[in-house]
Design a binder for this molecule. Structure first.
Ligand code: NAD
Ligand code: UD1
Length: 361
């Protein structure tokens, strides 16, 4: 299948690109490289030992999207491109809505004009807000607390309305829980700019000596050890889920019937359906620090700190629908998540090198 991957140079996009190429699909990446390195694309090419197309463009550029879609004639699209930092979205809501919602609209218009109606969207567990119950299933009420989350919720709504307006669309909303880890080779991984906001990259930088200690945000949550609990999922498992979702949009995945989602219309691979992507296992901050210490052989120093505003106590998935409908389930555990992150971080302590040092795609 010809698959267009927006944001394919980023963290999750690059890992998915490897799997897409390994599965034999023809891939084309569009990315403005605002939050990614061309070195990631060069390394994917080496890892998959296959070539793919790349266009450096902004998905908000309607003319560029129309030309790209006309030229590459995708049969399906995996849409990762977006901004994802919660704090930044609070400081610059217009920038976030413009990029995430505006970019998605420009892309969707180009796809509709070219009759490409199979679409896989990177959504987030952030659309569930502070959960009413655990584990969270897909019919849990949706609400968010920040502009980033609202941009995801708005795009989900747009996609649901689009599918309701025209049954030839086939749209999977993939709600990721907490993606972590790196490709087993250690050649690609998460490379945040500045101080990492997320737990796993912060711990990895403590282990490699870039930061003195992990601040544990909150020790008085109603959880077994008082620290926040999340559903961490290995990025390579997540990458495989995208292949399963592409198959689902083509009416080929899983065993069950879909359409039980908000606007699904009752036939596998038709309409719009949401899928939680997680392991279903909750892990606390302190458990993660210990697991990373064991995987890396480095002590992870911790400072017990106050709660981070906006955080929830615990969040983990009921990923049963993805198992039944997509035929996918997570296979890799905490030990693999930590070991692969350490492999990537210790081989690339400063993240990706400059393009000149290694060559680009
Ligand atoms: P990332 O920043 O590494 O990747 C996003 C990519 O999109 C980057 O390469 C960036 O350069 C590109 N991009 C951004 N805006 C663009 C635009 N207007 N035009 C073209 N390219 C653009 O992030 P990621 O962690 O790989 O996340 C991918 C997607 O998954 C995002 O939509 C994110 O919101 C979503 N998501 C991520 C997480 C997570 O924890 N990483 C969790 C839930 C959902
Ligand atoms: C964060 C985002 C969420 C996004 C998700 C993607 C916020 C408020 N939420 O969620 O929108 O979808 O990332 O993965 O930013 N922690 C520490 N010390 C740190 C960093 C984190 O103790 O230095 C704790 C947090 O308090 C939390 C857990 O680790 O309990 C996980 O944090 P993080 O990786 O930031 O993910 P989320 O909070 O789930």
């Amino acid at each position: 299948m010809r698959i267009l991957i927006t944001g394919g140079a980023g963290y999750i996009g690059s890992h998915t690109l490897v799997e897409v190429l390994k599965a034999g699909h023809a891939a084309h990446v569009v990315d403005n490289l605002d939050n990614a390195s061309p070195v990631a694309l060069a390394r994917v090419k080496q890892l998959a030992n296959r070539d793919f197309g790349f266009t450096r463009a902004d998905i908000r550029d309607a003319g560029a999207m129309a030309a790209l879609v006309a030229e590459t004639r995708p049969e399906a699209v995996i849409h990762f491109a977006g901004l994802k930092a919660v704090g930044e979205s609070v400081a610059d809501p217009l920038g976030y809505f413009d990029n995430n919602v505006g970019g998605s609209l420009a892309l969707l218009r180009a796809l509709r004009a070219a009759d490409c109606r199979r679409f896989v969207f990177s959504s987030s567990a952030t659309v569930y807000g502070d959960p009413d119950y655990l584990p969270i299933d897909e019919s849990h009420p949706r609400r968010t607390t920040n502009p980033y989350g609202r941009s995801k919720l708005q795009i989900e709504g747009i996609l649901e309305d689009l599918a309701a307006s025209d049954p030839s669309w086939s749209i999977a909303l993939l709600r990721y829980f907490n993606p972590v880890g790196a490709h087993a080779s250690g050649r690609i991984g998460e490379d945040p700019t500045g101080v990492p906001n997320n737990l796993m990259p912060f711990i990895a930088q403590v282990a490699v000596g870039r930061r003195p200690a992990l601040n544990v945000f909150g020790t008085d949550y109603p959880t077994p050890d008082g620290t926040g609990v999340r559903d961490y999922i290995h990025v390579s498992d997540l990458a495989r889920a995208h292949l399963a979702a592409v198959d689902w949009t083509a009416g080929r995945a899983g065993e069950g019937e879909t359409g039980v989602g908000e606007t699904g219309v009752g036939e596998t691979g038709r309409g719009c359906a949401a899928f939680n992507l997680g392991t279903g296992q909750g892990t606390s901050v302190l458990e993660m620090a210990r697991a990373f210490g064991a995987a890396s052989g480095r002590e992870i120093a911790v400072n017990l700190a106050p709660r981070r505003p906006g955080d929830v106590a615990a969040c983990y998935a009921d990923a049963g629908r993805a198992a039944v409908e997509l035929g996918w389930r997570a296979e890799l555990g905490l030990a693999e998540m930590c070991a692969s992150t350490w492999h990537w971080q210790s081989q690339n302590p400063g993240g990706y090198p400059d393009e000149g040092a290694e060559g680009a795609a």
